[in-house]
Design a binder for this molecule. Structure first.
Ligand SMILES: [Zn+2]
Length: 265
């Protein structure tokens, strides 16, 4: 209880700090970094469609990429179901998640997940936030999500769980503010993914193909782990050393296939 009160007090301080930043930020429209590489935009559109094809994203959830011209900008669709995203829907944001040019378009309310992770993780070039049902059980029970399959070896460092109640008390579970995005980024730490209790997950990578591959195989590992546990007996997970050695990296070969299928439909 004392721990929760301390966290809530910290959150209150963080929140007021962020409010100042946000108010300042909303008074100015951030300058554009200039047009992003058309290849990056095309890959971001493909990432939206691939993740929808694989059921990682449904009508909700989103994927972003850091801007190739400026590390303090990122690219994310306007509020839209991922399967419907086209190049003209991609918008530019600063890291406080202010849009460069809204054109009166609706924005994702949880865009702060992306901005705050890009701030905290200079190594991250792409972020996915999804609500895949397969991962939910591991965020609401004491059973941790662990890699048991070499294609999900990137999970070898562990998958932390973000408990929004610890930092903000009773909410609608959505990451609606920079302060909540910052708290989520802190839970993620230097890991590849974090679960969000009763909500979904966030996955990061140094590339769009990487974050798409990680999102697909995180979901698959969750299905396989639930099946393995249901069989009974002892489950053998990857040893951290096996995980480190087997990390599949950028999923480049699969990316070419996924992208071609998604873009030729
Ligand atoms: Zn969400």
């Amino acid at each position: 209880m004392a721990k929760t009160s301390a966290l809530l007090a910290t959150m209150k301080t963080m929140s007021s700090k962020h409010k100042v930043t946000r108010q300042r930020a909303t008074r100015r429209v951030p300058a554009s970094a200039g047009p992003a590489d058309p290849q990056l935009i095309e890959d971001l559109v493909a990432a939206n469609r691939i993740l929808a094809d694989y059921g990682v994203l449904d009508g909700y959830g989103h994927v972003s990429a850091r801007h190739d011209r400026d590390p303090n900008r990122y690219l994310l669709s306007r509020s839209l179901a991922p399967a419907l995203v086209t190049a003209k829907d991609i918008m530019e944001y600063d890291l406080d998640s202010n849009p460069v040019d809204t054109q009166d378009r609706a924005l994702y309310v949880e865009r702060f997940i992306h901005g705050e992770i890009y701030k905290a993780r200079p190594d991250v070039q792409a972020v996915v936030h999804h609500h895949s049902p397969a991962v939910i059980p591991f965020g609401v029970t004491t059973v941790p999500l662990r890699p048991l399959y070499h294609m999900a070896a990137f999970l070898w460092e562990g998958v932390p769980v973000f408990e929004i109640r610890d930092v903000a008390g009773m909410t609608d579970l959505l990451v609606r503010s920079p302060a909540l995005g910052c708290a989520l980024a802190q839970t993620l730490g230097n890991k590849a993914a974090a679960l969000m209790r009763g909500h979904g997950a966030v996955v990061v990578s140094s590339s769009l193909p990487g974050v798409v591959g990680r999102s697909i195989y995180l979901q698959l590992n969750a299905h396989l782990q639930a099946q393995a546990i249901a069989l009974g007996g002892t489950v053998t997970y990857l040893d951290p050393e096996e995980g480190r050695r087997a990390d599949p990296g950028g999923y480049q070969r699969a990316w070419e296939l996924w992208k071609r299928k998604a873009m030729t439909k």
